[in-house]
Write a protein that binds this ligand. Structure first.
Ligand code: FAD
Length: 387
């Protein structure tokens, strides 16, 4: 056998299909999202027409089987979509990320055939989903959640409040966690599928945020909300598994969001460095600026390898827990650094709202916070190292 025949593909090598898909998403992002990114950021509101176009393009059901109206694609494809959208608008990326990597994923993995039939088609075609775990008193310590689910036989009655729920303003379906047996601690946690119009359920205050401002983040109020037993996702008391397993995958998506954001920042920094003149020449001619750009590109390539590797491991059915935590941790710290450098390369105008790097700099901050803070990722990595 010739040596070339057993050459492993580079992690960053995309198949023809993946390349075409990425190019389509990129074209859509540039043509249909970029013109509104600044306005949506200022207004703190995502345009419904763009969400409708996400559905039309199939971006909201990437891994949902074709017979249920989805694309029947891979997890890697979801990651590629999130990365590509984030190059233009990280808020758009997180709408698609939560839908695919958390909500659809939880249903695909834990849903009964009936639940899949009832909900996956809607999620792939017209219904935005949200994933509700966090509460005011339980963030990093997610399983100390206080929302209660009282077992009444054929239904549960849910009471409590959720906080920080992405997509909640637009969502029609919520994967929501409550404790059905507080005495059992985390072994009482149960996942529920909550339709927006259930009596006793409502979406509350929307947060006014530093970054990803167009992506909605709201509180949820459950006041004696009656949920039919057939809407338990997975088994009663096994919600902690649903949460852990979906979040393990979800954080690769956040790594992809941060990767795309940094790519966008580098793109703007390079374009500006080539056209801005000081001392009689473009600032890109100064070696110091070239080195700044080179460091940014190297950082991005390192993050891309971590994110793509974690996603490809997941698709291959191989363990990916540590790799996912590393990808999310590294990509989010990297995105902050790269966005900050991009602002600096723009000089004073980089500090104004007239240029897009200011927004990317603000958007980058969330990467080290949601779906597990950097400390939580490091603690996962350290646990795997030392166990
Ligand atoms: C914009 C946005 C969108 C979000 N979207 C969602 C969503 O869709 N669904 C959802 O369920 N949640 C969502 N969240 C919640 C998010 O996941 C939490 O904010 C995050 O997990 C951190 O929890 P916390 O805010 O309570 O911070 P805390 O847990 O209070 O952490 C505060 C600080 O203490 C550190 N810390 C805490 N415990 C430890 C420890 N044991 N060791 C070392 N350091 C520690 C943390 O690293 C952090 O720096 C979102 C949050 C935001 C801001």
């Amino acid at each position: 056998m010739q040596l070339t025949e057993c050459r492993a593909a580079a992690l960053t090598e995309l198949s023809e299909e993946e390349r075409l898909f990425r190019d389509t998403v990129r074209r859509f992002a540039v043509e249909k999202i970029r013109p509104y990114a600044r306005e949506m950021d200022e207004q703190g509101k995502f345009r419904r027409e763009i969400i409708d176009e996400f559905f039309e393009l199939g971006l909201m059901g990437l891994e949902v089987p074709e017979e249920l109206g989805g694309q029947g694609g891979s997890f890697f494809q979801s990651v590629l979509a999130v990365e590509t959208l984030a190059t233009v608008d990280p808020s758009a990326a997180v709408v698609v990320d939560v839908q695919n990597t958390l909500v659809n994923n939880a249903l695909l993995r834990w849903g009964t055939e009936d639940q899949k039939r009832r909900y996956l088609r809607r999620l792939a075609t017209d219904t935005v989903g949200a994933y509700a775990l966090s509460e005011a008193g339980s963030g990093s310590d997610a399983f100390s959640l206080a929302t209660r689910a009282e077992d009444r036989g054929d239904h549960f009655v849910l009471t409590g409040q959720k906080l920080w729920i992405t997509n909640a303003y637009e969502a029609g379906l919520f994967v929501l966690f409550a404790n059905a047996d507080p005495a059992a601690g985390y072994r009482g946690i149960t996942a529920f599928l909550i339709e927006r119009d259930l009596p006793g359920f409502r979406v509350g205050k929307k947060e006014d945020k530093l970054g990803i401002r167009a992506s909605s983040t709201c509180e949820l109020i459950l006041d004696g909300c009656r949920v039919p037993r057939e809407n338990v996702l997975g088994q009663v008391g096994k919600g902690y598994k649903v949460a852990i397993e979906t979040l393990n995958e979800g954080r690769i998506g956040i790594g992809a969001q941060m990767l795309g954001l940094a790519e966008g920042a580098l793109e703007h920094a390079m374009a500006y460095a080539k056209q801005r003149k000081q001392f009689g020449k473009p600032i890109a001619d100064f070696q110091a600026v070239q080195f700044q750009l080179a460091r940014m590109a190297t950082d991005i390539e390192a993050a891309r390898l971590l994110v793509y590797n974690a996603a490809r491991l997941k698709d291959a059915g191989a363990p990916f827990l540590t790799e996912a935590a590393m990808a999310k941790y590294f990509a989010s710290v990297m995105a902050e650094r790269v966005a900050s450098q991009a602002v600096e390369i723009h000089g004073g105008v980089g500090f104004t709202r007239d240029y897009p790097v200011e927004k990317l700099y603000r958007d980058a901050k969330i990467g080290t916070i949601y779906e597990g803070t950097s400390n939580m990722q490091l603690s996962t990595i350290a646990k795997q190292l030392l166990d």
